[in-house]
Design a protein around this ligand. Structure first.
Ligand SMILES: NC(=O)c1ccc[n+]([C@@H]2O[C@H](COP(=O)([O-])OP(=O)(O)OC[C@H]3O[C@@H](n4cnc5c(N)ncnc54)[C@H](OP(=O)(O)O)[C@@H]3O)[C@@H](O)[C@H]2O)c1
Length: 381
């Protein structure tokens, strides 16, 4: 690993010079370090992303606060955005006179400075950002007070707070918006070990629903099955099980002929097509991701003879179509569910004193993530 003993120097802020040394920094109360994961052109994240330090931030304007991000996850949609294949605009910012895109759509932060006209927020408050694509892969940022959502000081871990905007609401809404499910009903899903999948299993179990979950084959499969079962999964299979003709018979036995009416798909491709054979009449297939990058084809006969309905779901659209009050209500509902943290690892780049070393570690992580079978990665800058 490249580790530089040289310091990460920034330029003066209100006559005071911020000096950040290896693993220790001192700062005036008026200016804050400013580091971010940025890119100037779209492409493979392991090639185009870099960690960059900029001038310290000036004190916030009167209607704004300065926030310090503690954790910001790397979600598949963040990766798609860097690749240039996601239909929203990334955060474009000017730091130290340079125009850059900043990655990251969600994260948990602490208020570290408050504009003179801001009410209802204080230094030390824990917040999440209420507007999409803010560029949360940052250390410090200035944000208008109206764009932050204050979190309760207790009851939500930093990891759960950092990931509360995207995945659990997606899981919750998909389980509630398409079919009215009653206790004892069954739900089928793929990508079951994803952060969304883990939330689906838990929320379904709380509602008394049973889940049949599909994951990819891997060396530590037994551990994965055990951990998903502990979350509340009823059955966990690899996609290979779909080739076994007896699976449909078993499913009929387990469900006592109660038709499965909801299937959640974030993978696509042939395995997803095969899963639809397990659905009963009048079922709803909700597609919300395409991790295999394969198209999804559905037999016409399933539409005709089983009356299948296929939908897409996008949490972004839900946020655009709902008021701030409704968004906060959903966040409270998720908080009250007290979900277990998604399986995760923290990539702490704040200890890297040089941007080059931090960039190298970041890029290595993206290469590893591309290989699959990993945990959700959260950044600390
Ligand atoms: N539409 C929406 O509003 C919305 C909202 C949230 C998330 N999503 C989507 O939901 C999906 C999961 O997101 P997340 O944040 O929960 O994911 P995550 O925790 O980062 O996990 C990624 C998941 O994708 C699986 N995967 C990766 N490559 C795969 C492949 N080639 N074939 C099959 N599975 C593959 C992984 O399985 P392994 O462990 O086997 O690698 C893992 O289960 C993504 O597609 C994301 O874009 C959509």
């Amino acid at each position: 690993m490249l580790r530089q003993t040289a310091t990460r120097l920034t330029r003066p802020c209100t006559q005071l010079r911020l000096l950040i040394r290896a693993n220790a920094f001192s700062t005036s109360p008026a200016c804050f370090a400013n580091r971010a994961v940025v890119y100037t052109e779209t492409g493979n994240p392991a090639d185009v992303l870099r960690v960059q330090s900029y001038d310290p931030l000036p004190p916030p304007p009167s209607d704004s606060v300065t926030i310090r991000f503690h954790l910001s996850p790397i979600n598949p949609s963040d990766i798609n955005l860097v690749q240039g294949v996601y239909p929203v605009k990334p955060a474009q910012l000017e730091f130290s006179g340079q125009q850059v895109f900043v990655g990251g759509n969600e994260g948990v932060a602490e208020v570290v400075d408050v504009g003179t006209a801001v009410q209802g927020l204080r230094k030390g408050d824990r917040i999440v950002v209420g507007k999409p694509q803010f560029g949360t892969w940052s250390s410090h940022r200035v944000i208008q007070a109206q764009d932050v959502i204050k979190l309760p000081s207790r009851g939500l871990s930093d990891v759960n707070a950092a990931t509360i905007i995207v995945n659990p609401p997606t899981a919750y809404n998909m389980l509630h918006s398409f079919v009215e499910l009653k206790e004892g009903d069954w739900v089928l899903q793929n990508g079951a070990n994803s952060a969304v999948g883990q939330a689906v299993i838990q929320i379904a179990a709380r509602k008394g629903l049973k889940t049949i979950n599909f994951v990819r084959k891997r060396p530590d499969l037994d551990n994965l099955i055990a951990s998903l079962t502990e979350l509340g999964a009823t059955h966990v299979f690899t996609y290979d099980a779909l080739a076994d003709k007896s699976l449909a018979k078993h499913v009929k036995q387990w469900t006592s002929d109660r038709p499965i009416r909801l299937m959640l798909n974030c993978v696509g491709g042939k395995d997803t097509t095969a899963m639809t054979r397990l659905l009963g009449d009048n079922a709803h297939l909700v597609s919300y991701g395409a991790m295999s990058k394969q198209p999804l084809s559905l037999p016409t006969s399933t539409f005709i003879f089983k009356n299948l309905t296929a939908h897409g779901y996008w949490q972004n659209r839900w946020y655009n179509e709902h008021s701030r009050q409704e968004r906060e209500e959903l966040m409270r509902t998720i908080t009250d569910l007290k979900l277990k943290e998604p399986e995760h690892e923290i990539l702490d780049l704040s200890s890297e004193t040089s941007d080059e070393a931090a960039t190298q570690r970041l890029r290595e992580t993206f290469v590893r993530m591309e290989q699959g079978f990993g945990k959700k990665v959260l950044l600390r800058l």
